[in-house]
Design a protein around this ligand. Structure first.
Ligand SMILES: C[S@@+](CC[C@H](N)C(=O)[O-])C[C@H]1O[C@@H](n2cnc3c(N)ncnc32)[C@H](O)[C@@H]1O
Length: 181
């Protein structure tokens, strides 16, 4: 299973590389087992810290547990950027998490699933295997819905390029978000 996670992590790294993510101080919100975080450190040389509402890490990444699903336990502007990698559709606190990301980071990088029938099934089954405690509310949004939300939360967005191998069955959005001045 971690083979598919590692492949997805490389797709994420390639999307983020275009935004000059290399060597930066980054927070990985909803880092999960940390497999993707680990690959992002190797690929982009990040100084990374993970956080999540559940600690089910299988890797040794630095980590701080969230006590509240709508709050990030970090000071203002602690990170160059805050990442949400396939996390927000798992949360009932999407707006609060984005606002928290805006508070603790200078920018936000987001990699989020585009809904499809296959994805919905795989998401429920695989994530239950990774951690039976993981919430799977499947709060997917279209690109237009995400952009409306960013606008409401005072963020400007840039849409990234995501490149896949020919056999890869899922599609994603990549966004870079900065505070509107
Ligand atoms: C599909 S997993 C993604 C894990 C990892 N980011 C990856 O790409 O492999 C979704 C993660 O979001 C986390 N999550 C759900 N609600 C959250 C919240 N309110 N705050 C932070 N993480 C949350 C879950 O615990 C889970 O680890």
């Amino acid at each position: 299973m971690s083979i598919t996670q590692k492949k997805r992590a490389k797709i994420i790294a390639d999307a983020y590389r275009n935004w000059g993510a290399e060597g930066k101080k980054a927070l990985d919100v909803g880092c999960g087992n940390g497999v993707v975080s680990d690959v992002l450190v190797a690929e982009l040389g990040l100084n990374l810290c993970g956080t999540d509402i559940i600690d089910y890490r299988t890797t040794n990444i630095p980590f701080k547990q969230m006590e509240n699903p709508a709050e990030l336990p970090f000071d203002d502007l602690s990170f160059d950027f805050v990442m949400f990698n396939d996390v927000l559709h798992h949360s009932e606190h999407i707006e609060s998490l984005i606002l928290e990301g805006k508070r603790v980071g200078h920018a936000l990088l987001m990699f989020e699933d585009k809904q499809s029938f296959l994805l919905t099934i795989v998401d429920v089954v695989l994530n239950h295997i990774y951690s039976s405690r993981m919430p799977v509310p499947l709060n997917f949004k279209t690109r237009e819905e995400w952009c409306l939300l960013f606008d409401k939360l005072g963020l400007e967005w840039e849409v990234g390029e995501v490149s896949y191998p020919f056999w890869y069955p899922f599609q994603h959005f990549a966004f870079r978000l900065v505070k509107r001045i």
